[in-house]
Design a protein around this ligand. Structure first.
Ligand code: ASP
Ligand code: MG
Length: 422
């Protein structure tokens, strides 16, 4: 049986008809290599942003259902155009949207998860020798409602398709050459990583590195789908491979530095210090579908018998969070302030090499201290340390950390043994 390669082209890679022709060439080349090819595409250029802008001009709170109806149209345009471009080169191709295939999701508008993908139609068309072009980002619920997977969700569509089809590899074509040690716009000397583990990539993606949709990396890890991020415009460059840590040789404690400017800090002051309070607060937020990132509970004040609980949420979720918390005041019995701060940034260092290596955290804190940067919150995982700082300090922090962990030359990780062909 032929190998299946899934390719995904992001918005910048299909931004105009010239770029669509280029994407068509890349897909055809893979077909010429003797593989079956499934291509997943995003909406052209800034189409999705433009659609969001129009919706906001008409309504301050457009309903999630209608937003999904609207935003899912962007991908519909690019699949048809890319398919025409492939056909124009003399190759057989067909486009499908998520509804035609059966990319089944939960019934949560604007951030649905994929539950299942029906593969019959895909397999039938591949067997007929066609290149298949699929709309990313969108899905359909059991009762026929159109959903979307959240901004940037086409990456996740591609990985989920790769896993459902047992593909050899999923190639994410984008406008950058791969995954870098940090954002090259902040640190021009940032270097491209040859490879990075799923866990590191996941932490980097959650920490604000915008290369991949975090859920796409989770899915790739879960189903062990080798992922490659590479440039649509320089296909000589092999890009960055994302794979299991067992396949990598690690040299440095830190692989990458990321900053996330899209979070806000919420502080709930003077909540009673007794069992069940945190449970009630966070289950309410979970119920409202609000994800919480860093959480700190202060040491209880003896006299008042109260705590402060601080946490971060996405900036978009601030109004929802505040009203959810307000609604809990009488139930939990607190009357303290709910403070919000939108001018913060989360700066993180990530590396599988920090496991069992003492002193990494102190190096990070010292580097920030040397720059006079105040740390507002700290959180850690096995392979990540994040500090919340003022937004205006974010770039300075990233530069200092990139420097202190010596990331300017690519010796963070090398690949061991045999890997999927690149
Ligand atoms: N078009 C969608 C967005 O702009 C999905 C994607 O590009 O991955 O967020
Ligand atoms: Mg994207």
């Amino acid at each position: 049986m032929k190998k299946i390669i899934v390719q995904k082209f992001g918005g910048t890679s299909v931004a105009d008809t010239e770029k669509i022709k280029n994407a068509a060439k890349i897909a055809i080349k893979e077909k010429e290599n003797g593989n079956d090819v499934v291509v997943v595409v995003s909406a052209m250029g800034h189409t999705t942003d433009f659609l969001v802008k129009m919706a906001k001009e008409l309504s301050s709170h457009p309903s999630d259902r209608e937003m999904d109806m609207l935003l899912s149209t962007g991908e519909g345009v690019s699949i048809a155009l890319l398919t025409m471009a492939i056909q124009a080169q003399g190759y057989d191709a067909v486009s499908f949207n998520a509804m035609q295939i059966g990319i089944m999701t939960e019934k949560i508008h604007s951030k649905a998860r994929i539950i299942d993908i029906h593969t019959e139609k895909l397999r039938k068309n591949l067997n007929e020798g066609k290149i298949i072009v699929v709309a990313g980002f969108q899905g359909i619920t059991e009762d026929g409602e159109i959903t979307t997977l959240g901004r940037g969700g086409s990456d996740t569509s591609a990985v989920a398709l790769a896993s459902a089809l047992n593909a050899e590899r999923c190639d994410i074509y984008t406008d950058v050459e791969g995954v870098y040690t940090t954002d090259p716009r902040i640190v021009p000397k940032a270097s491209k990583l040859k490879s990075v583990s799923y866990d590191e990539m996941l932490e980097l993606a959650h920490a604000g590195a915008n290369v991949l949709h975090p859920r796409s990396v989770e899915t790739a890890k879960h189903y062990n789908v080798p992922l490659r991020v590479r440039s649509s415009f320089n296909t000589d460059n092999e890009g960055t491979l994302i794979l299991g840590v067992e396949k990598m040789e690690i040299y440095k404690p830190v692989t990458g530095v990321a900053s996330d400017l899209s979070q806000a800090r919420i502080v709930v002051c003077d909540v009673p210090d007794k069992p069940g309070v945190a449970a009630k607060l966070f289950s309410k937020l979970a119920h409202e579908n609000i994800s919480v990132d860093m959480i700190i509970q202060s040491y209880a004040r003896k006299v008042s018998n109260t705590n402060d609980i601080a946490f971060t949420v996405n900036l978009d979720d601030v109004p929802g969070t505040v009203s959810a918390l307000e609604s809990l005041k009488s139930e939990i019995g607190f009357n303290g302030e709910i403070q919000t701060n939108n001018d913060i940034a989360k700066v993180s260092i990530v590396g599988a090499g920090m496991i069992d290596r003492p002193g990494v955290a102190s190096m990070m804190f010292e580097a920030l201290a040397e720059q006079g940067i105040n740390i507002k919150m700290i959180s850690t995982s096995e392979i990540k340390i994040s500090c919340l700082v003022d937004k205006s300090d974010a770039d300075k922090a990233v530069k200092a950390l990139h420097n202190v962990f010596e990331l300017a030359c690519d010796k963070t990780a090398e690949v061991k043994g045999d890997l999927p062909d690149v």
